[in-house]
Design a protein around this ligand. Structure first.
Ligand code: CO
Length: 689
């Protein structure tokens, strides 16, 4: 049978001063980065990390992960927090424990490869601000993308942890791409590059416990540096995988404190402390101290984030991950993307298309950003392709991937897809074979010029260099040049308590409904209508805002089972407004004035940004947003003549750039949005005449 159980129980002792184990398992805590990134959409705020930081510093973690991944993005975009400030602040509390960050190699903490000058400056500044361990990965496992950042990590005297993204193409490890040999070779490559440790990065929780055992066993024999396992709980296998890895001799595993653990996050640390207590792999941690930290999390921190937790189902396991071999985060992105386009019913088609697209795009590992690249393209294919043509709307990122801008894919990209993607590609139609950053022009000097007068130091410049649109907006907030919107403000415990009070009252039936809006005084033009809903009857007053006595056909969008019949128009129907106007009637209301935006009166094809697809211009052909997203830039301005198919606007959706082509040839009559604007599915982006 062989010795499968290397963990030996020597002595049970619960005290914190119990004798040190012979070979204690080292633990990195991820609560302050991957934990809240996995459970709470990366919305954790620095002010909520401070109350636990000092105590966490006492636990004895090998390192604490506090930065990188999506934190940089969400902090400046959604939290109005300076990402650099977080490292400096936390460093004051973590005096003994090294701080680790997740670095997406040449992608840094963004979603594309940045030029070498930006990459070098970024790593240098991260080290200077307080990062000790650089957990580095590349979405394609193309380690040429490590070269630039690793040279700086080493120069700064910091720990370079080389990751290999764990991926599978079938239910268990094996097959001709992601097999044992693949991982062993990758680990050897990393060691040759100077990795201070190697990490199996199982970002989707797909490593099966016995596969974890074999990989660790092989890696321990193949390399001399410490071996680290990072596995998400998502599928429910991670605790078992960790334990089997520990039995195989893994040096370091990742956990979270229990309030930040499980679901799509990581195994909790506390069960491991107990499981290994008194064995030769004893963590040596004081379980009481962990309990004290838990208390603070539960009482003062988690309540502010609870609303972000996806608790729509009771199970904390995502069985779809086991079924589809696809990361949970990617699946929820797909669902959100489909929801945004009112196409959730097509999810099964998406599941079917996904392995096809992945294979055609070079069987890439599914991790940020490749998971989004494959995911968004899959949805685009399902929604926009027809029998005659596949890949009708190719995202900018798929084009970049085909060109080689992300690096070398594990297997070659499908030649047909490659040719189609690169047709008219601005950098050229012949893909590159060198390391991607070699073809990127330096970016830093231009970035400095762009934010001259706004950025105060190099850290500011880097925020802009990484995220030009949202980064610049953040710098304006930071220096008081623009008022940050209310939604970036933190939720306080006072908010939480007030909400809990309301919920309590509601449950007790003591909540009295407040009117949604102040009722405006009734004017002389008020018309009254009788409205019948099944057996119920309401009297409804209708009055044109501004007092023009025009009423129109009203269609009721209440549930189809309860159609509301409004009387036919008493006055003329506006000639440009044939579309029914949607008005929602609260069922309980007895007498109120219907409130809705006035229908566009301008006969010219000017469509306001707030207008939805139901009202399109009377003249000209509208270019509508095929999905919700943010305007990156307009390639054309009003007055330009365009040919059908020419790119008019670049729309970022799910972090992918989509070049939206002109639906017809003609002249651009009006452009309705600007860079940075958010648009809904169906918004009219411009009119072509
Ligand atoms: Co992770």
């Amino acid at each position: 049978m062989g010795d499968h159980n290397k963990v030996e129980i020597t002595k049970i002792d619960y005290g914190k001063n119990r004798p040190k184990a012979k070979n204690p398992i080292k633990i990195m805590d991820l609560s302050l980065r991957d934990g809240h990134q996995s459970l709470f959409a990366t919305r954790g705020r620095t002010e909520d990390m401070i109350p636990v930081a000092e105590m966490m510093d006492e636990v004895g973690f090998w390192a604490v992960e506090t930065w990188g991944g999506a934190t940089f993005d969400t902090m400046h975009r959604f939290l109005n927090e300076d990402p650099w400030e977080r490292i400096r602040t936390l460093k004051r509390y973590f005096k003994k424990t090294p701080m680790s960050m997740l670095l997406r190699a040449q992608n840094l903490v963004g979603y594309r490869n940045y030029a070498d000058d930006v990459a070098k400056e970024f790593v240098d500044r991260a080290a200077a601000n307080g990062i000790d361990v650089f957990r580095t990965f590349d979405a394609l496992n193309d380690f040429r993308n490590f070269e630039t950042v690793v040279s700086v990590i080493k120069k700064c005297g910091k720990h370079f942890q080389g990751c290999m993204c764990f991926s599978i193409t079938e239910p268990r490890m094996g097959g001709d791409v992601y097999n044992l040999k693949y991982y062993v070779n990758k680990a050897k490559d990393l060691e040759r590059m100077g990795a201070d440790s190697v990490c199996i990065k199982d970002m989707a929780g797909m490593i099966a416990p016995y596969d974890a055992y074999s990989i660790v066993k092989e890696l321990k024999a193949a390399v001399s540096v410490p071996v680290h396992l990072h596995s998400h709980f998502t599928s429910g296998m991670a605790d078992m995988a960790h334990l089997k890895a520990i039995e195989a001799g893994v040096d370091i595993v990742d956990t979270c404190l229990s309030p930040m653990a499980y679901r799509t996050s990581h195994p909790a640390v506390e069960p491991f402390v107990m499981t290994l207590m008194g064995t030769n792999r004893d963590t040596g941690f004081d379980i009481k101290l962990l309990a004290d930290i838990n208390k603070i999390f539960e009482k003062d921190i988690i309540p502010k984030y609870r609303h972000l937790l996806d608790d729509t189902k009771l199970s904390i396991i995502d069985i779809n991950v086991l079924l589809h071999q696809t990361p949970g985060g990617m699946l929820s992105n797909l669902v959100n993307q489909l929801k945004g386009m009112n196409a959730l019913d097509r999810i099964e088609e998406v599941y079917e298309e996904l392995p096809k697209v992945r294979k055609e795009l070079g069987q890439v590992p599914l991790v940020t950003p490749t998971s989004q690249i494959v995911g968004v393209q899959t949805v685009n294919n399902v929604l926009f392709d027809d029998e005659k043509e596949r890949y009708k709307m190719i995202t900018g990122q798929v084009k970049d991937l085909c060109y080689g801008l992300y690096g070398r894919t594990p297997v070659p990209i499908d030649p047909e897809v490659k040719v189609k993607s690169l047709k008219g590609y601005p950098r050229g139609e012949d893909p590159i074979t060198c390391k991607p950053a070699d073809v990127l022009e330096p970016e830093l000097e231009k970035a400095k010029k762009d934010v001259e007068g706004l950025a105060k130091d190099i850290d500011d410049v880097l925020i802009y260099a990484l995220y030009p649109v949202t980064g610049k907006r953040f710098l304006k907030w930071k220096y008081g040049k623009e008022q940050p919107p209310a939604e970036v403000r933190p939720k306080t415990m006072e908010h939480v308590k007030a909400e809990q009070e309301l919920i309590k009252k509601a449950l007790e039936g003591k909540l009295i409904e407040k009117p949604q809006k102040e009722v405006p005084p009734k004017g002389e033009c008020l018309r009254k209508f009788n409205v019948f809903v099944d057996d119920e009857y309401f009297e409804v007053g209708v009055e044109e805002q501004g007092g023009v006595p025009v009423a129109r056909y009203i269609q009721q969008p209440l549930a189809a089972a309860h159609p509301v019949y409004a009387p036919q128009p008493l006055a003329a129907v506006h000639e440009t407004s044939k579309a029914p106007v949607e008005v929602s009637v609260p069922k309980a209301a007895a007498d109120f004035s219907l409130q809705r935006p006035a229908v566009q009166k301008a006969p010219k094809p000017v469509v306001k940004s707030s207008e939805s697809s139901s009202v399109s211009g009377a003249e000209g052909i509208p270019l509508k947003a095929p999905m919700p997203g943010m305007i990156i830039k307009y390639e054309k301005v009003a007055g330009d003549t365009v040919n059908k198919g020419e790119t008019i606007v670049i729309l970022e959706a799910m972090k992918m750039e989509n070049a939206l082509p002109a639906p017809a040839s003609g002249t651009i009559k009006s452009v309705n949005f600007k860079t940075g604007d958010s648009v809904a599915n169906g918004n009219v982006l411009c009119i072509i005449e």
